[in-house]
Design a protein. Structure first.
Length: 240
């Protein structure tokens, strides 16, 4: 399959147009081409851990970044994997995540800043992409647990604290899994990939749902080791 790309166009606005949002901390040019991996040549490389081959590490003039295209999953994704029904600019997946990420970062939550976000609309559908700052010297929680073995118990408390901090800030992560939690070389925990996530009242049921989703991911990726870690994590979360 050809590599997906965003391109500039001179077609009439009614046929195709795009929108770009940028963070004031980064001198990102408002050009739709920057959201296409091939624009960056050998400065772009695919992210291999997690996802659906829709993210790339990119070395840009404004810093190391992660470029991600929004893709549908499941059966629908086989037919229209990159297109969504247009409602409004503010309702695009990319702008929603851009705003949420930067609001959370400003509040001190352990998330990366969104550098830029874009959509490209054609008729009643659109495609979207987001560029976030790359968190250096990190591995996924799954990788960290696998490498540490029994010593991974020291990660239980900081992971539980990061998740509770998120929940207490009224943020529901729509896909909290062992790929979307990162551990850096100082053992700091980071949370990434907030597509479809939102602010909402975090009831006991929603908190439990979030932890159970993470538990299933840990079990799937790490087997018994993941089950043990998940049990310790839930216990620590309740105590924190």
């Amino acid at each position: 399959m050809a590599e997906p790309g965003f391109r500039s166009t001179h077609r009439p606005v009614r046929q195709m147009h795009h929108g770009i949002r940028t963070h004031p901390d980064f001198p990102v040019p408002a050009r739709i081409e920057i959201f296409t991996p091939r624009t960056w040549g050998d400065k772009a490389s695919k992210v291999s851990d997690g996802g659906r081959n829709t993210a790339w590490y990119v070395s840009t003039p404004w810093g190391e970044a992660v470029l991600r295209h929004y893709h549908r999953g499941g059966l629908v994704g086989r037919f229209v994997d990159e297109r969504y029904v247009w409602v409004s600019e503010e309702a695009t997946r990319s702008f929603l995540e851009f705003d949420l990420l930067n609001a959370m970062h400003a509040e001190g939550l352990p998330v990366p800043r969104a550098m830029a976000a874009a959509y490209q609309r054609r008729g009643v559908t659109y495609r979207a992409a987001i560029m976030t700052e790359r968190l250096e010297n990190t591995v996924s929680l799954a990788q960290a647990i696998s490498r540490a073995g029994p010593a991974s118990i020291h990660l239980v408390a900081p992971v539980a604290a990061a998740i509770r901090q998120l929940h207490d800030a009224r943020v529901y992560h729509a896909d909290l899994n062992a790929h979307n939690i990162l551990v850096d070389d100082k053992q700091k925990i980071w949370l990434i990939d907030f597509d479809k996530s939102s602010r909402k009242t975090m009831t006991a049921s929603l908190r439990e749902q979030s932890l159970e989703r993470l538990g299933r991911s840990l079990q799937k990726l790490l087997g018994e080791q993941g089950v043990i870690f998940s049990g310790q994590l839930q216990q620590q979360y309740q105590q924190s």
